[in-house]
Design a protein around this ligand. Structure first.
Ligand code: ZN
Ligand code: ZN
Length: 462
């Protein structure tokens, strides 16, 4: 443990330095990542002030008389400075990368929320917030600790088993076209990560389409996909609706939505959470409807209405360093005559799912066919728990979400494609087996698909 007063040793120092109020107050702590990324902290509050390179220097500056932590034998020095060239460079790089890739909710530049409605608790003048937790935002110190520990421990460990992949059943997938087959058996195909093709209600619906090589703003860095998409973009049937859960790079990929819009020739409808329509329009995509939580949009198919509702989940949004939570996030509930399905996007466990079940309960009585026929729930990107718990559910929490929603069956997604956090890529389905056993659920009730696999689902009867 590096403490104030000890002499930092670049190769032996471990994270975290003690920045608690009792040990540093009223000291000032500066963590300078070369000329590029500079955090400065007064007590435990840390803000990013500059961003340019990747060398790391840690300055601990005592501004006045600081109390020594109990049991700490060494005197606080007035100034301790060290330039650390190896381990910290990697940590700094990984922090910057994690922030850019939007697994780190840490920065915010105040902005006006043009959608602000003071009667809605999840609206703020600057953006949006969760219903049940304000702990999603992480101080930079936590980000550094996470990345340091991951680097120190060599995490994530490589997967032992490649994510299973099968050749897609293109005849089945391509045979489902809008309106022509509204009474055909519904089906779901896993393309990878949170990208799924759901064929139900006479519509081809694609969730969070990411077909690019990397989930990143740059195709030269960032998480690279471990498996190619289970269905190539060119092998997809005409897509009627694209659902976007939020704007993180592993869910909203610019080149994928552009290709889909071009392919659809204006007929592909993009449904997005509040605040994302201007971004879509900036890309030249105009067939877009944006919704707030509990709002819905109906698509008519051969006289049937298919309803798309945006429901709250616990997460956040950002595509850059200064736009945290300026656009909304959510899960999608889709109600058609043959399938009630739910797409969780990206979420932590929260009471939102019990709320969603209660909200739709009048539509899902036993006489009307019961609860959700299918829930697509995230089970990956959950480690370490102390850091990820507020933004990503682990498999056990996903099982609880399944139970809270009252879903008849669930499929785990958001794993096996992009390595975003500390667990091995093949760990989530193993944890899911344990979680199922704990809750005495069988595999048919909550399973995973192989990439490219299609599962046919019983049509809802009412
Ligand atoms: Zn996300
Ligand atoms: Zn994600």
């Amino acid at each position: 443990m590096f403490r104030l007063g000890t002499r930092p040793d670049s190769m032996r120092m471990s994270w975290p330095p003690v920045f608690s109020t009792s040990s540093v107050s009223p000291a000032r702590v500066e963590i300078e990542l070369g000329t590029s990324l500079m955090f400065s902290a007064r007590r435990s509050a840390v803000t990013v002030t500059d961003c340019k390179a990747l060398t790391v220097r840690v300055n601990v500056v005592q501004m006045g008389r600081a109390r020594r932590p109990a049991g700490e034998p060494e005197e606080l020095t007035p100034r301790t400075s060290s330039r650390l060239q190896v381990n910290w460079v990697m940590t700094a790089y990984k922090c910057a990368r994690a922030a850019i890739l939007s697994v780190v909710p840490m920065t915010k530049v105040s902005a006006n929320n043009p959608y602000y409605d003071s009667t809605k608790p999840h609206h703020t003048p600057e953006g949006f917030r969760n219903n049940y937790s304000d702990k999603v935002e992480k101080p930079v110190g936590h980000v550094l600790r996470w990345q340091w520990e991951a680097y120190r421990d060599g995490l994530p460990k490589p997967a032992q088993i490649p994510t299973p992949q099968v050749a897609p059943d293109l005849a089945l997938i391509k045979g489902y076209t809008r309106g022509v087959t509204p009474l055909a058996q519904p089906a779901v195909t896993w393309i990878g990560h949170a990208t799924l093709l759901v064929q139900a209600g006479g519509l081809n619906v694609l969730t969070d389409p990411v077909f690019s090589e990397r989930a990143s703003p740059l195709q030269i860095m960032g998480p690279k996909r471990a498996q190619p998409p289970g269905v190539a973009m060119n092998d997809l049937p005409p897509i009627d609706v694209v659902l976007i859960s939020h704007n993180h790079y592993d869910h909203l990929d610019r080149s994928s939505v552009l290709l889909l819009a071009e392919r659809g020739g204006g007929n592909t409808l993009f449904l997005v959470p509040l605040g994302l329509k201007p971004w879509m329009e900036k890309q030249g995509i105009t067939n877009v409807v944006e919704l707030d939580w509990w709002q819905h949009h109906t698509v008519q198919v051969e006289g049937y209405g298919v309803e798309f509702h945006l429901a709250p989940v616990q997460h956040w949004s950002a595509r850059g360093m200064g736009d945290r939570s300026e656009t909304l996030w959510g899960g999608w509930t889709v109600l058609s005559t043959d399938l009630h399905w739910y797409f969780g996007g990206d979420t932590a466990y929260s009471k939102d799912f019990a709320d969603t079940r209660a909200y739709f309960a009048p539509r899902q009585t036993a006489v009307l066919g019961g609860g959700f026929d299918l829930a697509l729930l995230p089970i990956g990107a959950y480690a370490p728990r102390w850091f990820m718990r507020e933004q990503h559910a682990n498999p056990e929490e996903a099982v609880q979400i399944h139970l809270d929603l009252g879903a008849k069956r669930s499929i785990g997604m958001h794993w096996g494609t992009f390595s975003l956090t500390d667990e091995p890529l093949d760990q989530p389905p193993l944890d899911l087996i344990e979680a199922r056993a704990k809750h005495k659920l069988d595999e048919a009730t909550f399973s995973v698909l192989k990439i490219g696999e299609t599962r046919r689902l019983p049509a809802r009867s009412c």
